[in-house]
Design a protein around this ligand. Structure first.
Ligand SMILES: Nc1nc2c(ncn2[C@@H]2O[C@H](COP(=O)(O)OP(=O)(O)OP(=O)(O)O)[C@@H](O)[C@H]2O)c(=O)[nH]1
Ligand SMILES: [Mg+2]
Length: 207
């Protein structure tokens, strides 16, 4: 598990306040146009770093924009944001690019990640298969967050879990990527789940 401890300046030496902070790295992944940039932007308490480029006519040939017709830009490197979950615990969020031609960036981005959120759109559920496979193979704990787009039929968490053939115990959460509290809820579920997974593996490794 990667983490970083930092000392804040606090209000003065010897004031008795615990100034040690833990920062965890989280990936936000999923198919093209599923709301990754939106999620990082809505929960981040710093101005998120975005690497958006306009979708081009040339790109129409390779980018599958079916189902996201209103979309004019796409992430070409990553999104970055930060959220404090509670005092002393913050998350650094790395949103991945959604298109297949940026797969080569994923290994770099996933280095040292505690876990991942795989965003899914039930109208194009198959688009998140590669992300699910990626994290399952590398044993990186992840939760599936169904971004409930207006007008899309609502499926229960259990149905989504079955459709994606998830391992038992992998959490599925319904969310609205535009809503800060909803996004924060997803991240809390992930941190709790990843914490349990890491503890279980640690216990396994000591016999
Ligand atoms: N109705 C609705 N629209 C949303 C929601 N989340 C995102 N959108 C819209 O859907 C579009 C795609 O959102 P992005 O956040 O750019 O998606 P992305 O996953 O970062 O896309 P790529 O980086 O290109 O893969 C944008 O036009 C958003 O305004 C949602 O929860 N509901
Ligand atoms: Mg994006």
């Amino acid at each position: 598990m990667a983490y970083e401890r930092s000392e804040s300046t606090g209000t003065g030496a010897g004031d008795g306040v615990d100034t040690t902070a833990l920062a965890l790295k989280i990936l936000v992944a999923g198919g093209f146009g599923v709301g990754k940039t939106t999620l990082v932007g809505s929960v981040s308490e710093i101005r998120p770093l975005r690497t958006e480029e306009r979708l081009s006519r040339a790109g129409e040939l390779v980018d599958d924009t079916g189902g996201v017709d209103q979309k004019t830009t796409t992430t070409v490197a990553m999104d970055f944001g930060r959220i404090t979950i509670r005092s002393g615990l913050s998350l650094y969020l790395f949103g991945t690019p959604g298109q297949d031609r940026f797969w080569f960036l994923w290994d770099e981005l996933s280095q040292g990640a505690l876990g991942a959120v795989v965003l899914a759109d039930t109208r194009r559920l198959e688009d998140c298969f590669p992300a699910v496979d990626y994290f399952e193979h590398r044993k990186i704990p992840f939760v599936v967050a169904v971004n409930c787009f207006t007008g899309a039929r609502t499926y229960g968490a259990h149905e989504v879990s079955r459709a994606l053939d998830l391992d038992r115990g992998t959490p599925v959460v319904l969310c609205d990527a535009r809503d800060r509290d909803s996004g924060k809820e997803v991240l809390i579920r992930l941190v709790e789940y990843a914490g349990r997974m890491h503890t279980a593996r640690l216990l396994d490794s000591v016999g």
